[in-house]
Ligand binder design. Structure first.
Ligand SMILES: [Zn+2]
Length: 251
């Protein structure tokens, strides 16, 4: 049995969200302010996934990894696909993390970290490299949106890295992929120096590529470097494993 005052409250809240979404946070009457406070207390606005809003880079990384554990266990929450949350986020985004991931169809960050609408600022490009476009996007996420962590995410069996190995070994012509293979080649050469071959070389190159990009991001962005110096941001690297679904963070 639905009481009429519950219905009234729901309608008032929806109306408030509609206005907040279209006009930003303007003058709010007592009842709408109460609605806003209630939503914030319920975690609807501050914590889109119903998870805690991270207070620092460590907490942000921990929240990502909790989501990955839910995904690995096969018990994702599929957070925030409600109409309420979508409306609440119309006027402003507040993701807690940025992920620089490969464009590979098997590595969608929102799914493998079990996060929802508005939770992640995602930049994807084959080989998860940090060219000028990707760096500018991440700098924007750090400086203007205020994400607490940037995760550079490589993955097992990366086709972009595999192609780069073929190019470096002289077995393939990079052609129009050269902008990618040129960026990944230093990682492959470093991995080759360990003597690895075959799938071991591929895995070592994937990891080395993540390490190089993780170092490049603060080196090549003053804004990101400054956020790290203030301890308001961390840039970390990880590798996603296709067979288990697990993300392993690199040291
Ligand atoms: Zn890939």
């Amino acid at each position: 049995m639905v009481r009429s005052d519950d219905v009234d409250h729901a309608i008032a809240r929806r109306e408030f969200l509609r206005r907040a979404g279209t006009a930003g946070l303007v003058v709010a009457g007592a009842s709408t302010l109460a609605g806003w406070t209630g939503l914030a207390r319920a975690g609807v606005l501050d914590a889109p996934s119903g998870d805690d809003t991270p207070a620092d880079p460590d907490a942000a990384l921990a929240r990502l990894m909790r989501g990955n554990r839910r995904f690995v266990r096969g018990k994702p929450k599929h957070p925030v696909d409600s109409d309420e949350r979508r409306q609440a986020s119309v006027g402003k985004q507040a993701p807690f993390a940025a992920v620089l991931a490969c464009a590979d169809s098997r590595v969608p960050p929102e799914i493998i970290f079990d996060q929802g609408l508005g939770d992640l600022f995602v930049v994807r490009v084959a080989g998860n490299i940090a060219g000028p476009d990707e760096l500018a996007s991440l700098a924007y996420a750090a400086e203007h949106i205020g994400v607490d962590v940037i995760l550079v995410l490589g993955h097992d069996g990366c086709g972009a890295v595999e192609t780069t190995i073929e190019v470096v070994e002289g077995r393939a012509d990079p052609g129009e992929y050269a902008i990618l293979t040129d960026a990944i080649a230093p990682a492959v050469r470093t991995a080759q120096s360990s003597g690895a071959t075959g799938t071991e070389l591929l895995q070592a190159s994937v990891e080395q590529n993540v390490r190089i990009v993780t170092a490049q991001v603060p080196e090549q962005s003053h804004g990101i470097d400054a956020e790290i110096a203030r301890r308001e941001l961390a840039v970390v690297g990880g590798v996603y494993h296709l067979t288990t679904g697990k993300v392993t963070l690199l040291d």
